[in-house]
Design a protein around this ligand. Structure first.
Ligand SMILES: Cc1cc2nc3c(=O)[nH]c(=O)nc-3n(C[C@H](O)[C@H](O)[C@H](O)COP(=O)(O)OP(=O)(O)OC[C@H]3O[C@@H](n4cnc5c(N)ncnc54)[C@H](O)[C@@H]3O)c2cc1C
Length: 402
């Protein structure tokens, strides 16, 4: 039973530390505290996992579904909640299946994982690993920025991806590993907001629509929750869609348009029928007040304004032209995309260590014995919903138990 080094004390690194079977386990973390990124997750609440079945979980990883199966099936969402509970943190399942700490505090998740990890591993902070040391295709240790060498017969890389430098993700590990011939697939920021040209949208900052539909030329529409920001659109569906439209947007020679429908199931005719149904009973009511029974008030007002209505236009004065313009806006506001979020606004890294480099049953490198790679550093990512942290925790555990 030799020494295991875990590089990085994020989600994957803490799980690896908890489940390490080595005689001596050392966690080397470049920042001065563990899991800075986890503290920022879920808006400070940490959507730690999801109540989905294993098949549903796997499906969220797209073509990587088979690769993630061994890790996810050995550390299920129930197991994650059980581990947290054993360490004093109860969880709640929200309506959409997302699981959060009952306290609503990401600090509690980090506290629970860290206190479990501390029992099994020692932590070294302000310790940036800069080099992986390999002899005869077997890891022998790592070198740090201060020049210190740590020897080990097993090294688990848990350094995360490339987005949000301040939270510890510099992307330096990709270079460290590729120097040893490990293949890295192209890296792209994912789960990033969509920036929009139209200035009137900024007034809606903070407003969300739980069941919107996003569509853009050449890309399958996607429904889900969106959130307006002062620069454009965010929220789970927009974050996921930005990844799907990225290459089309980059190649488009014309302005690339995002169409927003605020209630996914309502088509143009449904809105026209709704507005027509107001004519008899609500002749003296203001259109924007009636619309705000279906959409957030500020959005209803803004759409009425965009459709050319006055703020006090009543149904009796709501003519055919206005009706059609407002219906078109409700199910297809056209917005000009000016950009997609970069590394500093994205939530995860798309791309990374090629899954072909790793044995999915152990997460050991196929070419360097004793080297294990986990979490966001691997070319594995999923939409919002707690899936990315689930993968980080499950992959850290799988690698540690070998
Ligand atoms: C704002 C935000 C919100 C998010 N919300 C959610 C959410 O609610 N649910 C969800 O599932 N996912 C969420 N994610 C994604 C999720 O946080 C990541 O997928 C997950 O943290 C990845 O875990 P990891 O352990 O692989 O990497 P990280 O958690 O990034 O940890 C990597 C650690 O390694 C350290 N490190 C890096 N390089 C070195 C080095 N050379 N030497 C030593 N240490 C090093 C870093 O400092 C860091 O502590 C969110 C991401 C962001 C940015």
């Amino acid at each position: 039973m030799g020494t295991t080094l875990i590089v990085g004390a994020g989600a994957a690194g803490l799980a690896a530390a908890i489940f390490s079977k080595a005689g001596r386990t050392l966690v080397l973390e470049q920042l001065s505290q563990p899991a800075r990124k986890l503290l920022a997750t879920g808006g400070g609440r940490c959507n730690v996992t999801h109540s989905a079945t294993i098949d549903e979980l796997m499906a969220t990883f797209g073509k990587r579904n088979r690769f993630v199966e061994p890790a996810l099936s050995q550390f299920t969402p129930e197991d994650i909640c059980e581990l947290l509970s054993q360490n004093g943190v109860q969880t709640i399942v929200e309506e959409d299946g997302c699981i959060f700490p009952e306290s609503g505090k990401a600090t509690d998740i980090v506290g629970a994982l860290y206190s479990a990890a501390e029992k099994n591993a020692s932590f070294v902070y302000d310790c940036e690993v800069t080099e992986l040391l390999v002899e005869d295709n077997h890891v022998v240790g790592v070198k740090t920025a201060s020049g210190k060498v740590f020897n080990a017969d097993k090294v688990i890389f848990c350094t995360g991806g490339k987005c949000r430098r301040a939270l510890g993700s510099t992307g330096a590990a990709y270079e460290m590993l590729s120097k040893h011939g490990i293949k890295i697939t192209p890296l792209m920021p994912a789960l990033a907001p969509i920036f929009i040209k139209e200035k009137w949208l900024a007034e809606l900052s903070g407003i969300s629509c739980p069941n919107a539909l996003l569509s853009a030329k050449g890309v399958e529409p996607l429904s889900g929750a969106i959130l307006f920001t002062h620069t454009g659109v965010s929220g789970p569906a927009a974050l996921a869609y930005s990844g799907q439209i990225a290459s089309r947007f980059a190649k488009s020679k014309e302005p690339y348009i995002l169409k927003l429908s605020y209630i996914a199931d309502m088509l143009l005719q449904d809105w026209i029928d709704l507005f027509d149904s107001w004519r008899r009973p609500y002749g003296t009511s203001q259109v924007n007040n009636l619309l705000s029974k279906y959409l957030p008030k500020a959005l209803a007002k803004a759409l009425c304004k965009q459709a050319g209505l006055e703020s006090d236009t009543i149904v009796a004065h709501f003519n055919r032209g206005m009706t059609e313009r407002l219906a078109e806006l409700c199910c297809g506001t056209k917005l000009t995309i000016t950009g997609l979020g970069d590394w500093e606004s994205a939530m995860v890294t798309h791309g990374g260590v090629s899954i072909k480099e790793l044995d999915p049953f152990t997460l050991e490198s196929k070419t360097i014995k004793g080297l294990y790679i986990t979490g966001e550093l691997v070319d594995v990512d999923a939409p919002c919903g707690g899936y990315n942290i689930t993968w980080a925790l499950a992959s850290g555990k799988l690698a540690a138990e070998q």
